[in-house]
Ligand binder design. Sequence first.
Ligand code: ADP
Ligand code: ZN
Ligand code: ZN
Length: 803
Amino acid sequence: MNIASVIVDVPAMKIDRPFDYLIPEQWIGRIKPGMRVVVPFGPRKIQGFVVELKEEAEVSKLKAIHEPMDLIPVLNRELLELGHWMTDKTLCFKISAFQSMLPAAMKAKYEKIFVLRNDLTFLPLDLQPYFERNGRLYWKTAEAENLLTLLQKQVDNRNLEVVYNVKAKGKKKTVRKYYLAFDKAKIEEIKESLGNAVKQREVLEYFASLEAGARLASKDIVESIGVSSSTLKTLVEKGLIIEKQEEIYRDPYENRNFAQTKPFQLTSLQEQAIKPILHNVEENSFKTFLLYGVTGSGKTEIYLQSIQRVLEKGKEAIVLVPEISLTPQMVNRFKGRFGNEVAVMHSGLSIGEKYDEWRKIQRKEVKVVVGARSAIFAPFENIGIIIIDEEHETSYKQEENPRYHARDVAIYRGQYHQCPVILGSATPSLESFARSQKGVYQLLTINKRMNAGEMPPVTIVDMREELRKGNRSMFSVDLFEKIQDRMEKKEQTVLFLNRRGHSSFVMCRDCGFVLQCPHCDISLTYHRFSNGMKCHYCGYEDVVPKTCPECESEHIRYFGTGTQKVEEELTKLLPEARIIRMDVDTTSRKGSHEKLLKAFGDGKADILLGTQMIAKGLDFPNITLVGVLSADTMLHLPDFRAAEKTFQLLTQVSGRAGRHKLPGEVVIQTYTPEHYSVELAADQDYDRFYEREMMMRKMGSYPPFYYITLITVSHEDLLKLVNIAEKMTDFIKARLSPQTITLGPVASPIPRIKNRYRYQCLVKYKREPNLEATLKTLLEQYEKQYTSEGLSISIDVNPYMMM
Ligand code: ADP
Ligand code: ZN
Ligand code: ZN
């Protein structure tokens, strides 16, 4: 097999297929599917993935592969197939599907280099110095020195060539190790030959005292016997010891001790839930389970014990956890049970660390991976279980190409490996719960908390009422008194600010003017730290105006309740309170999230104040009060999942109180106490919420009753855009079945971002066999017609972001 089919790194519709290349003689039998190669493509050399080997090619004159980038495949057969499947399902390019499965460190960067092809003297005099040393010149340097046109001529007359160097990022970390170059038995003899070189003799003696074949890092030797590294060097030069670079892993959890934990005796409810899972593990058969259990009901213990059985069978496990709940506490539970068998993947790791974790999996040095979304692509080959915790989290959907949902990939891989897939949640997504009602997923329910803990009582406070009573503060009387009470009792309070869609903006109190981004149709966010305004879409920054640009009033000031503002007010009202604030500003530095949580856990603060990120995973015995400052900010987003998201969030937050011995309580402040998502979250009544929400979805023809696909087009020229959007919608309508609903085109909820206008078209369907083909054709047609004109099209199948 001397021909390789390669998917090349050119993201364009007409190139999104394999191209055949000849494998050079010396690489035949060594280049395999799943390896990356550098191939010539047009005038360039680019990267590609080998997807297949074959004897015969479709065309006759083939170019040869330039060189391999990997010596072993980085994608196995299953992942290659998965890539093709993802391409069909999400309408992405094959190349992006493959690349998304690899750690960022492996997404190689190109470096362009001019390389001398003839003798140096063929070059004009002023260019010669640049090539004197090694016959190469970096494109970047040439660009900086303004040489490109000069060089261009030399490329034309073939004195120079431009080479695309693919530079691998994420270097392996190595350490120098030393070991004896001879048999340990001869040590006395050789020692004598060293005469009175005392230090060198000491080193050999030290090796003699260790077991045969011992390899030591220079640091170990230097520290143990106090010789200098130059002694080691001399011994290496004499050929008595050997120096070798050995790879070490950067283990982000290296210096921590994991107290070994033992499996609990399961409660009878847990027993009932785990039994069907273990059955499928034993039988090696695929099934998707929905593990529906309130927070604290012992779901994680079920995961752990299921994994244990999987490991006993010699198989591997993937556990997905949302990024924000991938806290050290969470990781410790897995490391505590399975120790070094566990790899951890999340965005807090450096690129190099992630790469190391990935390679542990690839080399079969670990059996369990715990990670955020992309860990679903872990290159295991013998998977025995896949678990998705908090399955309702929308962060499992990737919001850029490829727009895959980890749940779908999990089910694909579960089928491939014939193993159970477990979706766990206290508030399952409507889609998943509906599937469990239809028997597509098997429902496993645990309806009681561990520790026989009751769910905490919840009070709803109507903030409109507070205002009528003259309370203009962001704290209701009730909540404020309760905070004071906890401070006296030395118990802890968590205050939760639902910030999404509610950032602080600047508004004129006289005329109502709101400061907007000049490039995007959204209001600018006020940042206290820099005392400036910032656009969260394009990064535009401005100073806060002293007077209203509209009416020149001086009563222009920032509004809304950012965490900083809450902290300020709280400090004013309760000067003695010790407050820890957690939001994107205070947790952006690596490890700070962990530090703040630890401080709170250690009782170094009375109040933890934060955004979404504190809704999860918090589990401290001293928290007895949870306050939600504004429950309904998310309700008014133009998103059919707004009620679902509100319900999930409120339920999650409420679950943070009273998880241990001390009883807890929850106060929810809202302007819409009558909304069912607020009411039912207060009652912790998922089942009734499900019923209500299903009715709404049915009425609106939304998921899970219909599938939806969102097509967004954007362009700088509004008239042109509207014209194109209309034609596109007509094109789609004409090709889909009459039962399918095609809405639009209309302006997107955010009608302009970065000076580009945005229009959308929403397709709702129950069964639409023509959809994939129609959208593909659409992309092809418009790519040809419009890329040059600056149109962009994005297609999101099963979207989670409706903006
Ligand atoms: P969930 O994942 O549903 O939120 P957890 O698995 O975290 O629930 O369980 C809640 C608490 O109960 C944890 O502290 C856990 O260690 C403990 N726990 C779980 N199962 C048992 C059991 N069978 N016996 C005793 N304690 C348990
Ligand atoms: Zn004004
Ligand atoms: Zn902007």
